[in-house]
Design a protein around this ligand. Sequence first.
Ligand code: ZN
Length: 279
Amino acid sequence: MAKKTIITAAVTGAWPKKENNPNVPITPSEIADDVYACWKAGAAIAHLHMRDSDGNGTMSTEKFQETTALIKDRYPDCDIIINLTTSGDIHADDDLRLAHIEKLKPEMASYDCGSMNWLHSGLFINSPAFLERCGNLFQKLHVKPEIEAFDPGMIANAAYYLKKGVLKAPLHFQFCMGCANGITGSVKTLLFMKETMEQLCPGSTWSCFGVGHSSMEILYAALALGGHIRVGMEDNVMYAKGTLADSNAQFVKRAVRVIEEYGNETATPDEARQILSLA
Ligand code: ZN
């Protein structure tokens, strides 16, 4: 049987605005429509952020609720796995970062396993107290953490929380490659992330993405190294050098083509649930 590769669609993130690419979805309605289009194209997981009326990232529980309800009501056939961010606004406090998780109990949510400078402009704080609280809450609600690692130290930190019981095996990692202040995005650095994970957290699954110009190198390397894939406008507004992306689905369609040319198959949401030990 061909190996199954999971595609995560990260459709909006917290930063790209219509000025950067007019096709970035901003409103709950636009985000819901894009999630459906990505699912139709082959995505198994939708990683979601929300935006306020000015297009800035927000952790508004109401926006998360409105968007997830729209996906359900407008597209009842869509069985995509919903993965909600806990890091959509660096100014949100710990309570607000978890309020929508407590209310909506998504199948997955992001777990950023350390602190760092953010885009050379602010601080992205994930304090020990927050990580303990977040991990314990996820276990209680049966929310699968997607452990975002921006550098190898965050993988070591995940191993620490695994040992402490705050996180439970099997872990699932998202290697965030080429972000400002994080690890650079290349085949060499991705291999190091994968080997560090295998050494410290054996039995884990992993996915990755590269922002900006590292995106294609990371996409092909992920397949070659046996990982899963994330694409979408949270990570890239350009489809290729000098060409803005038409839509999130355009990225998903390319990922499907690359997966199939490689000889793998794109995982359905239910196959992804099995691979990630959800539910
Ligand atoms: Zn995100």
